[in-house]
Design a protein around this ligand. Structure first.
Ligand SMILES: *[C@@H]1O[C@H](CO)[C@@H](O)[C@H](O)[C@H]1NC(C)=O
Ligand SMILES: *[C@@H]1O[C@H](CO)[C@@H](O)[C@H](O)[C@H]1NC(C)=O
Length: 222
């Protein structure tokens, strides 16, 4: 009996931690830093093999534009598996430069992508909801009713679990009423080393192994 419990305890401790990251789609916790925490790797530093192309380089409030995410490499690795995409203000000194702006719409037959309500509002981000090898995707973005200045689209695109790019950006889409220069704002490119409560994976392991310890101690009394 004791040996059965001990084996069970070891199995529990070493089961893979449940993934809450980009595996089943980006969580709302990734809205601001667009960082795929559960992927456990740094962003690739090479030029991303993906493009974000927008149907126009200017917008007026409420206007709807077409957005295409496409793969540029043409080898056996020509695909992406994960995506988180938003439109953002091209003004890094703005308090809300990390906020998603505007509203996305997906084609009715879309099964790989879903919509997220990031901090900017309803349907303000696009993220994958299924596991598939995807070459390109087309959807629309509607600008906010009030002007937000120049914008650009930015995405984290994952080719595989540990191979992803956080710096995939479109060309600027200029606000016709704005005369200033747009800029691309910084984004996280490396794993953070802190292990605060926001890092769910690092908290799960100790608690599971605590169960192991308690079960071992308990069975050792027999
Ligand atoms: C993606 O790029 C390929 C190769 O250039 C092109 O054939 C394809 O039409 C593009 N997809 C979209 C949706 O524009
Ligand atoms: C950027 O945002 C700041 C703060 O809201 C604002 O004062 C400034 O005019 C904006 N600059 C541009 C270039 O839009």
């Amino acid at each position: 009996m004791a040996i059965v419990i001990q084996i069970l305890a070891i199995v529990i401790c070493f089961l893979p931690a449940p993934s809450r990251g980009f595996g089943m789609g980006p969580p709302l916790g990734a809205c601001v830093d667009m960082w795929p925490k559960a992927h456990g790797a740094d962003s690739q530093t090479s030029d991303p093999p993906y493009t974000i192309t927008v149907s126009k380089d200017t917008y007026t409030p409420g206007e709807t534009l077409t957005v295409v995410v496409n793969t540029t490499i043409n080898k056996d690795i020509k695909f992406f598996e994960g995506l988180l995409l938003q439109a953002r203000r091209a003004n890094c000194s703005h308090t809300h430069f990390e906020e998603a702006v505007g509203t996305f719409n997906l084609p009715a037959d879309e099964t790989f992508l879903g919509l997220l309500n990031c901090q900017g509002g309803r349907n303000s981000a696009v993220g994958h909801i299924a596991h598939a090898h995807i070459v390109d995707r087309t959807f629309t973005w509607t600008a906010p009713d009030a002007s937000v200045g120049h914008v650009y689209f930015r995405a984290t695109v994952a080719r595989r679990q540990t191979t992803f790019w956080t710096q995939v950006t479109s060309d600027f889409v200029r606000d016709v009423s704005e005369s200033s220069s747009p800029s691309i704002c910084p984004i996280q490119t490396k794993r953070s080393t802190d292990t605060t409560c926001t890092n769910s994976a690092s908290l799960k392991e100790p608690s599971r192994c605590l169960i192991l310890l308690v079960m071992m101690l308990w069975t050792s009394h027999f």
